[in-house]
Write a protein that binds this ligand. Structure first.
Ligand SMILES: *Cc1c(COP(=O)(O)O)cnc(C)c1O
Length: 223
């Protein structure tokens, strides 16, 4: 019988192979692609296994769940969930990198944190703003605000491919948005895009940070 550790190690190896293949076929160095393992809904014991396998970048979506995990396991902790403004102060206590910022109000609140944070601005790739994110026409204003704050460092843009849209098409769109954004904000060097089902497409279109959960830890029970 295979243990949880064997299962996670095997899945992780497969994901790393997929990253390598996608990078090679896109003429990119796999070393420039950071794997963030999305541990939401999974127990601390799984995160300990991942840490023992040498992984040190973890992503969470919910403040209440993530705080105790981050307190137990020192690592780089990423927040990529929907932001509730009454939770920002608490998120600031455990999260190092925030992927899902999409409003001025959020930026102003994160800027009040006694700690510094690295941030991605989430851009919506669908008209309806269904999966979160700012509209592309608001990005410049948001980036200016991040750059004006002393304790926020702009890393780049983040996006989630809209449901029902070909990931290739969504990420081609994102690459174009990102190109314009980077020419306006040269300190924006990274791109957070791609999940279990679509990270190869994201890598093809320039993702530097991919957020992968179920391919490594298995399917999540709904909560
Ligand atoms: C849950 C989540 C992920 C990981 O999704 P998987 O399909 O399990 O890889 C990535 N990004 C965001 C924003 C998420 O909410």
């Amino acid at each position: 019988m295979s243990s949880r550790k064997d299962e996670i190690a095997r899945n992780l190896r497969e994901v790393r192979e997929r990253i390598n293949r996608a990078a090679q076929s896109g003429d990119r160095d796999p070393a420039e692609i950071e794997l963030i393992i999305v541990t939401k809904t999974f127990p601390i014991s799984d995160i300990e296994i991942l840490r023992d396998l040498g992984e040190l970048n973890f992503g969470e979506n919910r403040d209440q769940e993530a705080g105790p995990k981050a307190q137990t396991i020192p690592a780089t902790w990423h927040f990529q969930g929907q932001i509730q403004s009454n939770k920002i102060k608490s998120i600031c206590e455990w999260a190092d990198v925030i992927h899902s910022i999409s409003s001025e109000k959020e930026i102003l609140k994160f800027a009040q944190s006694p700690r510094s944070h690295q941030v991605f601005l989430q851009v919506s790739l669908d008209g309806e703003l269904g999966r979160g994110g700012a509209s592309r026409s608001d990005l410049a204003q948001l980036a200016d605000l991040v750059n004006e704050s002393n304790n926020l460092e702009l890393l780049g843009l983040m996006a989630v491919a809209p449901l029902g849209v070909e990931p290739e098409k969504a990420f081609a769109d994102l690459a174009q948005i990102n190109q314009g954004f980077k020419s306006q904000f040269p300190n924006s060097k990274y791109l957070s895009a791609g999940m279990s089902g679509d990270f190869e497409a994201a890598i093809k279109f320039g993702a530097t940070h991919i957020r992968v959960g179920s391919s490594i830890l298995g399917s999540r029970s709904p909560h």
